[in-house]
Design a protein around this ligand. Structure first.
Ligand code: F6R
Length: 369
């Protein structure tokens, strides 16, 4: 079953172009998103909602965090995101006309399911939608609307292709709501759809950097801590990169929005801490570059994943710049930049000799709280 791959995680990382194709299949036309892909009640529910509340755990929560930037920035629709284990117990206030969105690979995560049940009990009549990879699951049974990610079975405990397809699903959801509420022009919708259609190729190209990343991974083997930096949607992608690294290589890793460095974490930086930064060419790039200068002056290894237009220049051997992609947009950038981070943690774990597919202390489906 593993074919040429040593681990399921590796196989699943390389299945991502296909997983995206399968998740888009039948959900879009050449220029628009099919609202009916979210269920026959989707159109009337989407027409009514005024806010989005996303609830999830772990990697699925990171997908929700990326989507929050999209909902608010592109649609101007208020969106909150919270981890299910907090949401379920803190008696949250949910505004009228909220769409409650759960995101889950397994559809059985105890906290996510309990949060949905709690919200339905407190606010009878609230509209719920789940983005889920398991067709027959508790979350799909208990939600009004269901969107299945077609990632296929994910065996590796560390989520990879499920995350990527969750982001695709969230982009489709954002676009479908934008279409129904006329918050997107036809042209904008077309641009988003074309971007999504390019994703399999963008991911394929990002995967080609494996050899370079393998070399970079060598420098992590003797480290005990790493810092991941990003701004905008790259902040949740940095969080996901840090989570993946701790999960499978057992190296402590933290993610920070780069603008927070000065407010504390800069004190941590020394030559023992590799710093990974994600630097797409966007309106925050110049700010990120000046954050990186602050790190460079104090630190050791720096690894920057950039795109064609970013032009972060490396001036010494401790500073690696990887042109991980070209031609990414607002939606495709976070999805594409996540790929090299997956490969980085995979190769660090290989070097450390950990059990990549079954990291210690973790279970694939967390059905108890
Ligand atoms: C990390 C990971 C976990 C899950 C989390 C939620 O690689 O896999 O953080 O994302 O346990 O699981 P689901 O998505 O099944 O609800």
């Amino acid at each position: 079953e593993l074919g040429e791959h040593r681990h399921y995680m590796h196989k699943e990382i390389f299945e991502q172009p296909q997983a995206v194709i399968d998740t888009l299949q039948g959900r879009i036309t050449d220029s628009s998103v099919l609202v009916s892909a979210f269920g026959h009640r989707a159109e009337s529910i989407f027409a009514e909602i005024e806010n989005i509340q996303i609830i999830a755990c772990g990697t699925s929560y990171h997908a929700g965090m990326v989507a929050r930037y999209w909902f608010e920035d592109i649609l101007g629709l208020p969106c909150s995101v919270e981890v299910a284990s907090e949401f379920r117990y803190r008696h949250p206030v949910i505004r009228n006309k909220t769409l409650l969105v759960t995101i889950s690979q397994s559809g059985e995560t105890a906290d996510t399911l309990a949060a949905l049940r709690e919200a339905k009990q407190q606010f009878p009549g609230i509209a719920s939608l789940t983005i889920c990879n398991a067709p027959e699951s508790s979350l799909t049974r208990e939600s009004n609307l269901v969107f299945l990610t077609h990632a296929g079975p994910e065996i590796g405990v560390a989520s990879t292709k499920a995350f990527t397809t969750q982001l695709v699903a969230l982009a489709l959801l954002m676009t479908a709501i934008g279409q129904v509420q006329k918050r997107l022009t036809e042209q904008r919708e077309k641009t988003i759809v074309h971007g999504l259609q390019k994703l399999p190729t963008l991911i394929q190209n990002a995967l080609k950097h494996e050899e370079t990343i393998k070399q970079i991974a060598l420098s992590f083997a003797d480290k005990t801590s790493a810092l991941f930096l990003g701004r905008g949607t790259m902040f949740p992608i940095a969080m996901e990169g840090a989570l993946k690294l701790k999960e499978i290589s057992y190296i402590h890793a933290e993610a920070y929005p780069a603008g927070e460095l000065k407010h504390g974490p800069l004190a941590l930086i020394d030559e023992q801490i590799p710093v990974v930064a994600i630097a797409p060419k966007d309106e925050l790039l110049e700010k990120l570059k000046s954050n990186l200068q602050e790190v460079k002056a104090r630190g050791g290894q720096m690894i920057v994943f950039e795109d064609e237009g970013s032009c972060v220049s490396s001036d010494n051997d401790n500073f690696h710049v990887v042109k991980a992609t070209t031609n990414v947009g607002r939606i495709t950038a976070p999805i594409t930049f996540n790929i090299p981070l997956q490969l980085l943690s995979y190769h660090v774990a290989l070097i450390k000799g950990t059990d990549v597919d079954q990291p210690r202390n973790l279970a694939k489906s967390v059905t108890v709280e």
